[in-house]
Ligand binder design. Structure first.
Ligand SMILES: [Zn+2]
Length: 80
């Protein structure tokens, strides 16, 4: 694993790293392999006192993007 040293103007944005995208209904092939490097990057940013911002996908159970409502996606990242 490559080490990374955050600079004084760096921030880390971690987008939608959630179970449904790793091992759930919308799993990304190889997604689990990203967890350890992400954890290492987050540790490096935390140690450097640099900002870490995390987003998460989130839907109500009856979201219109789900196949049951005519959308293209299986239910994923459902509230609660
Ligand atoms: Zn979604």
């Amino acid at each position: 694993m490559t080490s990374f040293r955050p600079g004084p103007d760096d921030a880390l944005l971690v987008v939608d790293v959630q179970n449904d995208f790793v091992s759930g209904s919308l799993a990304v092939p190889g997604g689990a392999e990203a967890i350890a490097p992400l954890n290492a990057a987050m540790a490096a940013f935390a140690a450097a006192g640099r900002p870490i911002v995390l987003s998460r996908d989130w839907h109500p159970a009856d979201h219109r993007s789900f196949v049951q409502q005519g959308g293209p996606w299986p239910p994923h990242c459902v509230e609660g």
